[in-house]
Design a protein around this ligand. Structure first.
Ligand code: GLN
Length: 308
């Protein structure tokens, strides 16, 4: 099994590098500190529920995880609130951009799902009410799950995001005006941006989120992260909403639950088999890594992993 997957990953790496220029889009620049990342980078890592571990390309290159952090934010909130979290955030695909404000006003300040910015920010607010040091807790959890006690937050990116926070701040204030926000907006945004600015590489990402493929338990040490039922539910939401208004296209092409981030990472799950992390910073118009989606599609095709 290991040999096969490694060969497939190395083929994909070569294939992607041969056609870097053809991928749609550009590196995110609405957060100025992100725009410094070169576009021609690619990495992919696979972590199996049997402990299989393979990687290819720039697999140890660090990047900020951005919206992939929303998976852990939701995980930590579900641990504390269970289903009552859904009073504050929905479970439906949004069909709008990750940072859109329009729907939020029409729908009374309740975001469509926890993976668009408004949904993640309100989930972060919920966490903020239950944790004395949410950023510390988030970082420590990722350190433990990825087995790297040295993970850090990129302070330059976090600051850059805070300085350019206006759209995210508008969402938070709008939710507050509807009574769906408990804490100080700026405090919660600082925590949210810190979560987004945690730096990881693909090998750490694949390992940290292994519980998603393993009924809620971390593969390496059996750590119980979510109940099996909650884990299934989280995967369902990733499948329907993890790539914003391009979730349908991702489901069609790749056929796996997934979560993208504007740093260029995508985390995908093959339930019962493995987690796959891919990274390439050039983003398409939906804010998802173009080469990343292509690579995952190739991976799904070559190993027949499409869920349906
Ligand atoms: N930190 C980013 C933001 O709030 C996260 C967005 C993303 O990765 N899609 O805009």
């Amino acid at each position: 099994m290991t040999v096969n997957i490694q060969t497939v990953l190395d083929d994909i790496n070569q294939d992607v590098r041969n056609q870097f220029d053809t991928f749609e889009g550009k590196v995110a620049d609405y957060i100025p500190a992100l725009s410094r990342m070169p576009a021609d980078r690619f990495a992919m890592a696979v972590y199996g529920v049997d402990g299989t571990f393979c990687h290819t390309g720039d697999a140890h290159q660090r990047f900020t995880i951005q919206s992939v952090s929303k998976v852990l934010t939701l995980t930590l909130a579900l641990q504390r609130y269970g289903d009552s979290l859904w009073d504050r955030v929905g479970k439906e695909p949004s069909g709008t951009a990750f940072n859109s404000l329009t729907q939020l006003e029409f729908e009374g300040g309740k975001p469509r799902n926890p993976f668009i910015n408004a949904g993640a920010i309100v989930t972060c607010d919920a966490l903020y009410s239950r944790l004395s040091a949410p950023t510390h807790h988030m970082l420590e959890t990722l350190r433990s799950l990825s087995n790297n006690p040295r993970l850090t937050i990129n302070a330059i990116v976090a600051r850059s995001e805070f300085e350019h926070r206006h759209r995210n701040a508008a969402m938070a204030h709008l939710m507050k005006s509807f009574g769906n926000f408990e804490n100080d907006v700026e405090d919660v945004l600082r925590a949210y941006f810190s979560f987004c600015a945690i730096e990881m590489c693909t090998t750490e990402l694949a390992r940290a989120f292994s519980y998603l493929a393993n009924k809620g338990e971390a593969v390496a040490d059996g750590q119980h992260v979510l109940s099996s039922k909650q884990n299934s539910q989280l995967n369902s939401l990733l499948f329907t909403s993890g790539l914003y208004d391009a979730s349908g296209d991702f489901a069609y092409r790749v056929g796996m639950p997934g979560k993208s981030g504007v740093g260029g990472a995508i985390l995908a799950v093959v339930p019962g088999r493995f987690t796959v992390a891919v990274w390439s910073p050039k983003l398409n118009r939906y804010g998802n890594s173009s080469a990343g989606i292509y690579a995952l599609e190739q991976f799904a095709d070559r190993l027949n992993l499409h869920l349906f």
